[in-house]
Design a binder for this molecule. Structure first.
Ligand SMILES: O=C(O)CCC(=O)C(=O)O
Ligand SMILES: [Fe+2]
Length: 742
């Protein structure tokens, strides 16, 4: 198949504005960011007492028929395979109208038994059937009682659930063993597992490529285009890869590139290894190769080479080596710059220099593919950070190398960029969730969010209609980073002086250490000048303290990370309650960090209140937050995700449709708790728009003047009084007389 110049790729007879560049079921943006250098640490015995209480969880609102545990445990390369399998099996089952929870929890070598037990037992409560994907290597790991994979088996087999064991990676002719054979097999490695297997309700099946083939082939982009096949696919048997290539070549004008990625081998042999595997890919029938500058070794170079020109030179050497074995116009490179900046390694300029150097050294290179988002399944990630810097860098060095930008674009954004630039634009994350998305869009159908997203939005909406909070849970990788960042804030706040403040409608006295940061909107940077802080609504003292805090590089880094998490939750929740995109962009955010402290023996806390703004996103690392429902229940949201709450402005704007979430905080005197709250609100508007949904006839008589709202909010007998009456009555509260007096 002749290689077409990318710019000539015709889609529906015209130059392609939306190009599917990844074979999404296989895509693997992040796996390589999880490289660890640590040794395997001894882990605790998982069968000790389980102290973790089971929290309300995300599965309850849906009914799933089964769960597939799928863990990735870097960096042995096997995870990638497991992930494809999990995904494909889930799809096979979903075709049969079974709802599958694909549990993609990242397990690390330092994951503790407690975390495993918590996660699994939590999920077990609401799932009738467990599917275990068993790779050939698993058995060998079962002699090690500390192996996290083994705990998972043990917990599963110990449960009263129906278990399906799907073996994969075995020769296609393997017969599924009986339960007895399975137990006998396991007995060589672990008597306990064997005994459990004999007792349990188990079905064993063998999963062959043929089982999967129909799903696999069906999912291949039927419209053709440039398909960048990621490494996971390249690790399939050659026969399977050929099938994929053939299928894609049979489609209109498809060009198929394989992603090649270093396997972590030492730098000396890296260039040769990569060049060799790239040439093998061409022999196999691929039209070209995409070098992923993000595999373990290259990433290590980027992370650890302090001198950036040395790092650039080392990477250039690798790219160059590939280009000696594969024609340069069949070589592209893939970069994921933002994920690096997040963990503060090389600055973005490094990637610009890298792009410029590669482009001038290899002027006939096929493309530079820059991926903006960095997380798997994070399809609502609002960063959409501009890639113009990188575009500019490439343009300054070459006018023939194609630039491909990939992000969680929506069709409008993608079209705008396609119209504004000469670039190829890839919708990556939404297409990963909805595999037919690109085809649908090309056919001119309206953009609809994927079913899973739609379900989530619906769940948020119905929760908010009852005035309750909604918790957007974190994947465990994120959880780890969030708590790391929270510890950092804790450290910083610990050095500030505590201040007394009177909070909540009941004017409870609080001791807290606090400061705030602000931004002009989602994905805007933090305000960085005294003038901007002074102009922003809020107490100046704490605002200036926030400005000071940003001078501390580690606080800044942690805040940037937490901001991303909070912003993402705000975008999702805004979409759920119907705040339109323009408004989302215009709303400002104040991020307050708080450390509750005891003072003179008095515990810290905040009195009962609803927040006054549109939406609040809260991350906290300790107990103390309490939510008062309108139905009289009291709940403690816990801290395994971003807690979303409606505010009184949303209540008014939605004309009473979304009651605000009433909450308070009580911490005892020995307790440490740090919180960060993102208050999302209209920008300096004096009056709020009349109705959340355009076309609403009446405005429900609610105040629209923000200043009036602020005053009114402080009182339980203002516009919120019908709600306060319910709360006071259902929870049998007694507010201080000064507060209740009209
Ligand atoms: O720290 C918390 O858990 C909640 C803080 C809060 O409600 C607020 O600052 O409005
Ligand atoms: Fe609050």
């Amino acid at each position: 198949m002749p290689l077409l110049g990318l710019a000539q790729l015709p889609i529906n007879g015209r130059l392609n504005p939306l190009l599917k560049v990844s074979l999404n079921i296989f895509d693997s943006h992040t796996v390589y960011t999880m490289i660890e250098q640590e040794e395997l640490r001894p882990l605790y015995n998982p069968w000790g007492p389980i102290t973790t209480t089971i929290k309300s969880n995300r599965l309850v609102s849906h009914t799933y028929d089964s769960i597939i545990f799928y863990r990735w445990t870097s960096p042995d390369g096997v995870f990638e395979r497991g992930r494809i399998m999990a995904r494909l099996v889930a799809e096979m089952m979903e075709k049969n109208r079974r709802r599958v929870w694909l549990d993609q929890w990242e397990m690390r070598r330092d994951t503790t038994s407690d975390q495993v037990v918590r996660q699994i037992s939590d999920i077990f409560l609401c799932i009738p059937k467990v599917i275990i994907l068993a790779a050939p290597g698993d058995w060998d790991r079962f002699t090690n009682a500390d192996d996290i994979h083994r705990w998972e088996w043990e917990l599963s087999l110990q449960s009263d659930k129906k278990i399906w064991i799907l073996r994969y990676g075995v020769p296609e002719t393997t017969q599924a063993p009986s339960k007895e054979q399975l137990a006998a097999d396991l007995r060589h490695h672990s008597t306990r597992l064997a005994d459990l297997a004999m007792k349990g309700n188990i079905q064993v099946r063998v999963l062959t490529m043929d089982n999967l083939n129909s799903v696999l082939i069906e999912k291949l982009n039927p419209d053709g285009g440039l398909v960048l096949v990621p490494p996971a696919c390249s690790t399939l048997p050659n026969k399977a890869q050929k099938r994929v290539i053939d299928r894609l070549h049979a489609l209109n004008d498809s060009i198929v590139f394989a992603q090649v990625c270093d396997d972590g081998s030492p730098i000396d042999s890296l260039s040769q290894d990569l060049a060799y595997s790239a040439s093998k890919k061409i022999d196999l029938g691929y039209d070209g190769v995409e070098i992923n500058i993000g595999g373990p070794m290259l990433q290590k170079i980027i992370d650890e080479t302090s001198d950036s020109s040395t790092a650039v030179a080392m990477i250039l050497k690798v790219v160059d080596a590939v280009a000696t074995l594969v024609p340069t116009d069949q070589v592209g490179i893939r970069l994921v710059p933002f994920s690096n900046v997040e963990s503060q390694q090389q600055p973005l300029e490094f990637f610009c220099t890298l792009i410029e150097s590669i482009a001038s050294q290899l002027p006939t290179l096929c493309f530079v593919h820059v991926v903006a988002h960095a997380r798997f399944d994070d399809f609502e990630y609002p960063r959409n950070a501009s890639l113009d810097k990188f575009r500019g860098a490439l343009a300054s060095a070459s006018n023939s190398i194609a630039f491909i930008s990939a992000d969680a674009y929506e069709p409008e954004t993608a079209s705008t960029i396609a119209a504004r630039t000469q670039d190829l634009v890839a919708i990556s994350l939404p297409a990963e969730v909805d595999l037919n998305l690109i085809t649908t869009l090309r056919q001119g159908a309206p953009y609809e969010v994927a079913e899973a997203t739609a379900d989530r939005l619906k769940a948020i909406r119905s929760t908010f209609q009852t005035g309750k909070e909604y918790v957007l849970e974190w994947p465990s990788e994120q959880e780890r980073k969030v708590f790391g960042a929270m510890n950092d804030l804790d450290r910083y706040l610990g050095e500030l002086d505590p201040a007394l403040s009177y909070e909540g409608t009941d004017k409870k006295v609080v001791w807290r250490k606090s400061c705030w940061f602000a931004s002009e909107g989602i994905s805007h940077p933090f305000l960085d000048t005294e003038k901007a802080i002074a102009a922003f609504d809020g107490d100046l003292h704490d605002g200036l303290a926030g400005l000071q805090a940003l001078q501390d590089p580690s606080v800044r880094q942690s805040m940037v990370y937490l901001k991303n998490v909070l912003d993402s939750a705000l975008v999702t929740t805004s979409a759920a309650v119907g705040i339109d995109k323009d408004m989302i962009q215009r709303c400002t955010v104040r991020y307050r960090i708080i450390k509750y402290t005891a003072h003179a023996g008095n515990p810290g806390g905040i009195g009962l209140h609803p927040d006054g703004n549109l939406l609040s996103a809260l991350i906290t690392n300790g107990d103390g937050l309490r939510v008062y429902d309108l139905d009289g229940t009291v709940r403690y949201p816990g801290y395994n995700g971003t807690i979303m709450m409606g505010g009184s402005t949303l209540y008014r704007w939605s004309q009473g449709h979304y009651p605000p979430t009433f909450h308070d905080v009580t911490t005892n005197k020995d307790q440490v708790k740090v919180s960060i709250v993102a208050f999302f609100n209209f920008p300096d508007l004096v009056t709020i728009p009349r109705a959340l949904k355009s076309g609403s006839a009446s405005d429900g008589g609610f105040f629209h003047d923000i200043r009036v709202i602020k005053e009114d909010d402080k009182l339980p007998h203002g516009q919120l009084s019908p709600l306060w009456d319910v709360i006071i009555d259902k929870h049998q509260l007694v507010l201080p007389p000064a507060v209740t007096a009209k």
